[in-house]
Design a protein. Structure first.
Lengths: 809, 62
């Protein structure tokens, strides 16, 4: 048994679980794939923290690729940077919160919360798993911030510190306020119900008169926190609406609250009756509950990222061959910076080294690195793959080609054409109608009986108080948000649902959105490959992690790889292998020494040569997503569809054939062109949805009515947007849009339903016939029936559209 | 029946206490992260201590 276990794990790293390609490093009876992993194990072992390995199998992060440069964190000694990063600091202790994307399992939480065992200067740490954040409290007299980050980095939990961390975000705990208001309302409502209970059985005479009076006064007392605290947001919103000469949903609500409150006060103190304080409490409680339900936020996702979230705080600058780490904000034109493997290009710069290999995947969505030669201009936002390169800065980071987008006025203010929400438009009409009816009823009765006139006036306001009306929107939209979330489509807030429903134009970005890097089309041009050559190529690409190698590997399929004598990968160039004393090269044109004119073509080329003789090349183009043509065809009848692409126009025909004929294609679009294109559509009065994935779509996403960012890893990079869609749910887009429309219909139907209730109630109220008991039964009944209706209807439609599955056996 | 006056007083005091405790819990951030504690509670700190008490069995933990 033990034998089997051992052979099974022999080739796997005990720390990170990766298979050990070369000879594993044996330490303490365990195998490690690299020195880094072994080091982590040693640290944990010496601190008696090996429980880490028992919670999950091979929980660690591979340390192979970890950057080794020691002075990488020197910028953290800068007192200005330190002050901005820390949450709190006194004479002894500092608190800091890090974002650590590597947090992925229970073992991570366990280890990060046991940091105090490794270094006694750390007094405590707390992980927030969903947000992938850890707050560390440490004694800064014994441990500097730089040393702390270094410790985390050695353990494989290098915090991601980006430029946006430098701006202290004003943390406003919004959801805490509404929770407090709800708690107060719930407390008052519950107790009022208790005190009002005898009133419902008034006929039976349960209590003596003394108690009844006491209970009424207690009710008044309990209503005060509701009136003055819980309802305060409604007053504010209604007042703002009135100042703008509009009537939103909150205006009739506030009218109803006041009518309830003052009428009840009059009833209790002047008439000696019970009043309706309990109904008032119930109303506010359910209203706030609906608000909380609608406020469901995906706060583990970030919707408002700008370029600062991608950029590092500091870069390595060279001054007379001396390396120096400087904050990015201090970088100036003419500086020479060094960018290492996997580091980001911080600003537009000219390449000083011979060659570089830049991965622009989160700019354009294309994951294949682009080779650059000495003297070429490199745009900020790319990531260097391979050896360290030197760059001469041409523009300061905030004015680079890409970041220039953020200086556009679109990002200054949200100038989206605000669509009036459905509820607000209806409530405008509603408010004036109700006030008119109330005054008419008052005028009718005033000649006959002044007390009936007042009663009719107030009961009209109370009964018409649109609790049902105002609950239908939050509960429908809140539930829609949840159903979208289950389908991995995350909206920034509930109002996006209505915007989705009203959209008539869809704009797709091509690369990375309609196309999928993993779905490449490969064409081989040249002398036909023998089975032997194929097996050699297979063996070569299997050794490489380059995206193009993976694609060729997929294309070759189940070819059995040959035994190679020697393989060497030259980063940024290709792979060289020796097979039966012949040198085989696979890689870029210059690497194999080919001369083919490809300047008019696009896509990527991988050349193959044996002993210096070029056999041919692979032409690789990223293909469409599997569901892309189905999605576009489903939508093409209902929406106007545009496709924007930064590539050249040669693919137009092929794309048109594959997708749909009535698409408007636009090629050669720069990020700024995309933004302008959306602006033009907007100017024509079209309601646009933009679907994009990279930083180059950021302007267009911002300018459109609804910007949807498509991403493979939801919690990772995505440009600022109104919604984030997981790439695996791309095929569901037509269902999502249809569902957004359906939920708008549901809101309309439930408005109809509650208006029906109101007509019945009002017709009784104007006649002065409404008794307190009837009122107390009608009000909650109408609210609850509307809430039940919207919830059931949204779930029913979601099941029909296949967005949620019923979990019945 | 006068007992009811006292009972009402007690019930209100109790209810206010609970409300106050809820606020305290909320201020301390208990409702900010409702996921991590569900993992944290499963961590076992006992075995490590007991292992220290006992003579160390072996180095390996497999």
């Amino acid at each position: 048994m033990k034998e089997v276990f051992h052979t099974d794990t022999r080739s796997r790293c005990y720390h990170c679980g990766e298979s050990c390609e070369q000879d594993p490093i044996l330490f303490d009876d365990k195998d490690f794939c690299c020195q880094g992993c072994k080091l982590v194990y040693e640290i944990l072992d010496s601190n008696d923290l090996c429980e880490y390995y028992n919670l999950e199998a091979n929980p660690g992060q591979s340390q192979k690729d970890s950057s080794t440069s020691k002075n990488r964190f020197d910028y953290l000694d800068d007192s200005d940077i330190e002050r901005k990063l820390l949450d709190f600091k006194n004479d002894q202790e500092s608190h800091v919160t890090f974002y650590i994307p590597q947090i992925h399992c229970a073992s991570c939480i366990w280890l990060l919360e046991k940091l105090y065992q490794i270094n006694s200067a750390i007094t405590g740490s707390r992980v927030d798993f969903l947000r992938k954040k850890v707050q560390v409290k440490f004694l800064h007299t014994k441990l500097s911030l730089r040393e702390l980050v270094r410790l985390l980095s050695v353990l494989g939990f290098e915090p991601k510190i980006s430029l946006s961390d430098m701006e202290r975000k004003a943390k406003t705990p919004v959801d805490r306020k509404i929770l407090t208001q709800l708690a107060v309302a719930g407390f008052c409502f519950g107790n009022m119900m208790l005190f009002s209970l005898p009133e419902y059985f008034a006929e039976v005479d349960l209590l003596e008169v003394g108690f009844k009076r006491l209970f009424d006064y207690l009710n008044v007392l309990l209503s005060l926190p509701i009136i003055f605290y819980s309802a305060s947001d409604y007053y504010r919103s209604a007042w703002n609406a009135i100042l703008q000469r509009k009537a939103n949903m909150d205006v009739p609500i506030v009218l109803g609250i006041f009518a309830f409150f003052f009428y009840s006060l009059w009833e209790i103190f002047a008439q000696g009756n019970a009043g309706y304080m309990d109904s008032l409490g119930g109303l506010l409680f359910f209203l706030l509950l609906g608000k909380l339900y609608q406020q469901k936020t995906f706060d583990t996702l970030e919707f408002d990222r700008d370029y600062k979230a991608y950029f590092p705080i500091a870069v390595t600058r060279l001054i007379q061959d001396r390396e120096e780490v400087v904050p990015l904000v201090n970088l100036q034109v003419g500086d020479v910076v060094m960018v290492r493997d996997e580091e980001l290009i911080p600003a537009d710069a000219v390449l000083l080294s011979d060659r570089a290999n830049i991965d622009y995947s989160f700019v354009t969505g294309e994951s294949i690195p682009v080779p650059k030669q000495k003297g070429e201009l490199i745009y900020a936002g790319g990531r260097q793959k391979g050896d360290a390169v030197l760059l001469l800065i041409q523009k300061v980071p905030s004015q680079s080609y890409l970041t220039d987008l953020w200086n556009n006025e679109v990002f200054e203010k949200s100038n989206k054409r605000l669509l009036e929400p459905l509820a607000n438009r209806i409530s405008g009409v509603f408010t004036w109608t109700v006030i008119a009816i109330a005054i008419a009823a008052f005028g009718f009765w005033i000649g006959n009986d002044i007390s009936v006139a007042f009663k009719a006036f107030t009961t009209v306001l109370i009964v018409a108080c649109p609790c049902a009306l105002s609950m239908s929107t939050p509960f429908t939209l809140g539930n829609t948000l949840r159903i979208f979330g289950k389908g991995k489509f995350y909206l920034k807030n509930a109002s996006v649902v209505e915007l989705l429903a009203l959209a008539d134009t869809l704009v797709f970005d091509k690369t990375g959105t309609l196309t999928d890097p993993a779905n490449a089309s490969i064409e081989y041009v040249g002398e036909s490959l023998s089975a032997e050559t194929k097996s050699i190529v297979k063996a070569m690409v299997e050794r490489s992690t380059h995206p193009l190698s993976n694609r060729i590997n997929l294309w070759l399929g189940k070819v059995i790889s040959a035994e190679l004598e020697q393989v060497q990968e030259v980063k940024g160039n290709g792979i060289e292998a020796i097979y039966k004393n012949q040198t085989v090269r696979l890689g870029s044109m210059s690497f194999v020494g080919a001369t083919v004119d490809l300047s008019s073509e696009t896509g990527n080329y991988v050349f193959l040569s044996v002993e210096g003789v070029v056999l041919g090349y692979f032409h690789i183009q990223s293909g469409l997503r599997e569901e892309a043509s189905a999605v576009v065809q489903k939508l093409s009848g209902k929406y106007e569809i545009h496709v924007l692409s930064g590539d050249r126009a040669h693919e137009r025909e092929a794309l048109g054939r594959q997708l749909s004929s009535d698409i408007q294609f636009n090629f050669d679009q720069s990020p700024l062109d995309k933004l302008r294109y959306l602006k033009v559509l907007d100017g024509q009065g079209q309601n646009t949805i933009m679907l994009g994935d990279g930083l180059n779509d950021a302007g267009a996403l911002q300018e459109s009515q609804v910007g949807i960012a498509i991403t493979d890893r939801v919690s990772h990079f995505s440009p600022a947007s109104d919604a984030i869609l997981d790439a695996t749910s791309f095929g569901k887009i037509p269902s999502f849009l249809a569902f957004a429309k359906a939920s708008r219909t549901i809101i309309k139907v439930s408005f109809g339903l509650s208006i029906l209730y109101n007509i019945i109630g009002l017709s009784l109220a104007v006649q002065g016939l409404l008794s307190p008991v009837l009122c107390a039964i009608l009000m909650p009944l109408s609210s609850i029936s509307v809430v039940v209706f919207t919830t059931l209807a949204t779930n029913f439609i979601a099941v029909r559209k296949g967005l949620i599955q019923l979990n019945r056996p | 029946m006068e007992a009811i006056f006292i009972l009402i007083g007690i019930s209100l005091v109790l209810a206010v206490t609970f409300l106050f405790l809820f606020f305290k819990a909320m201020k301390s951030g208990q409702f900010d992260d409702d996921y991590t504690p569900s993992i944290r509670i499963l961590f076992d700190s006992q075995p490590k201590k007991s292992m220290k008490d006992q003579p160390k069995k072996s180095k390996s933990y497999e």
